[in-house]
Structures are given as C-alpha cells and as structure tokens.
Design a protein. Structure first.
Lengths: 114, 114
C-alpha cells in the first residue's frame, strides 16, 4: 500500500508567486516524521524541511513552509516568492514509528516561469 | 564539512560484469542508507546500516546485490553479475539519527549496464 502520495506530476508557477505542492500520507502510527527534498536537474537530493507529528506549529525554513493538517493526513509544501532556481523535482517522504527508513512519494516537477 | 561522498559518479559496464559502488558517510553519522532511483519505480530503499550493522535489507532486489559496511567511514554496494535492468542512479544517504533524523544524500552514482 502506498504510504506517500503526490498527486501533481508537474506544475508551473510564475516567478515571485507562491506555490503549494501537495502531499498526503497514510500511517497508523501516532509518531512519525514528514520530510521534503528537492532534486534539481543536476541530480542531488537536498533536504528542505521537516515536520514531526507531535510538533505544535507548522515548520518553516526560509521561503519554505509546511502546511501540516494532521486530521487530513496532508503535509503540503509551500514555497513563497518562487525563484527560477526553484525549478526542480520535489519529493515528500515519511518516516513512521521509531524506524529510520524513509518512504518517498513519486515527486512533483515544479517549473518556474520568468 | 564534507558531505556524503560517492564514487564513481558515473559507471558504464557490460552485462555480466561486477560493479562496486562506494560511499563515505558524513563523519559522526551512525545511519547509512542505499537507495536506487529509476523513472519507473522512483526512489527505493535497498538497505540500511546502523553502527555498521545491516538493519533492514528487505529492499535488496535479489542475491546479485550485496552491501557491506566494514567500518564507520566506508560502505560498498556490489552488483554481481550486473544486468541492464540494474541501470539506475544509486544514492547513498546518511543520518545522525535523533528526533528529526533527516538524511543527507550523496551526489549519486549513475550506473548504465549495456
């Protein structure tokens, strides 16, 4: 059963606008962590942001924020003031329970238009 | 600080040959993960180690794949014999564990088996 779902295979956003990338997850464990990674065309995987299931506030890191809706099991990534360099694949991932393994979604390709 | 180091960055080999991929983790990180990325299957965890001990190898596709971590600063993933369907990007990632346990990825090895 798929644990992480990213329903948007590709998205366009105008430079300087905000964009939301969707991620839904499935777990029965009350303790879990959610991650977002960026993979530019050069291929490396870059860690962006983390949200713990018990965290009271939505995570933020610079222009990245995580819209965490626990009841809906969603952890959407919001990028504010998009830049051309934000064009990349974005992956949502989950670690559940006390484990250390990450399960990744299929990714969303974001393209920023000048 | 140096990140995760992988070698080689690119490998082209003929079917039936042995392939060895190498990874040097970030110093002090106790967890090491090997992933494979393909267009068809996305990012898949193959195996992970904690303190040099293999913890979960359920993602290793078959007996042709083996991984070792002889010490805290080195790991190998070996494919013998290689097949064209093994063509993929192989990532090594490491983590210091802890509350977040975010994983930091190496640049990957792009393997092509002809």
């Amino acid at each position: 059963a798929q644990k992480i779902t990213q329903t948007q295979p590709g998205m366009f956003v105008q430079e300087k606008e905000a964009v939301t990338l969707d991620c839904t997850y499935d777990t029965s464990d009350p303790s879990y962590g959610l991650f977002w990674y960026k993979q530019p065309s050069s291929g490396e995987m870059i860690f962006l942001i983390y949200q713990g299931s018990y965290d009271q506030q939505n995570a933020t890191e610079g222009r990245y924020s995580l819209n965490f809706q626990k009841a809906r099991k969603s952890a959407n990534l919001v990028i504010s003031a998009s830049q051309l360099g934000d064009s990349a694949m974005y992956f949502c991932a989950m670690r559940d329970g006390a484990g250390n393994m990450l399960t990744f979604g299929g990714g969303t390709r974001l393209m920023v238009k000048p | 600080d140096a990140g995760v180091i992988q070698s080689p960055r690119h490998e082209v080999t003929e079917m039936g040959q042995e392939v060895t991929l190498r990874c040097k983790p970030i110093s002090g990180h106790d967890y090491l993960f090997w992933y494979r990325q393909t267009m068809m299957r996305g990012l898949e965890l193959l195996i992970y180690f904690n303190n040099n001990v293999p913890i979960d190898d359920s993602g290793m596709p078959e007996d042709r794949f083996s991984a070792k971590m002889p010490n805290a600063s080195f790991s190998t993933l070996k494919i013998q014999p290689s097949e064209p369907r093994d063509s993929a990007v192989y990532f090594c990632a490491t983590s210091g564990g802890g509350y977040q346990g975010e994983q930091y990825f190496g640049p990957g090895t792009r393997l092509t088996v002809t």
